[in-house]
Design a binder for this molecule. Structure first.
Ligand SMILES: [Zn+2]
Length: 76
């Protein structure tokens, strides 16, 4: 299996989540809600922080071209 764009060699690599900054903002927002709003905020803020951690911590395994760095496919 070769690159669609330049026919270069593909190799497996890991890429971090692109939404790391978004996850961080979401975590902080969740924390603020958690602190400011009792009961409802504890649930809502808690869920937001957990979701943010799960999203931020994930990295994908992809097939990336050695030559042009294009990502050809995402692996499960
Ligand atoms: Zn390529």
């Amino acid at each position: 299996m070769n690159c669609n764009l330049c026919d270069g060699e593909l190799r497996k690599t890991k890429v971090g989540s692109k939404s790391l900054l978004f996850s961080l903002a979401m975590f902080v927002t969740g924390l603020i809600i958690f602190i400011l709003i009792p009961v409802i905020g504890w649930v809502l803020g808690g869920v937001m922080m957990i979701v943010a951690l799960l999203r931020g911590g994930s990295s994908k395994r992809v097939l990336r071209c050695r030559s042009c760095k294009a990502i050809a496919a995402e692996l499960a």
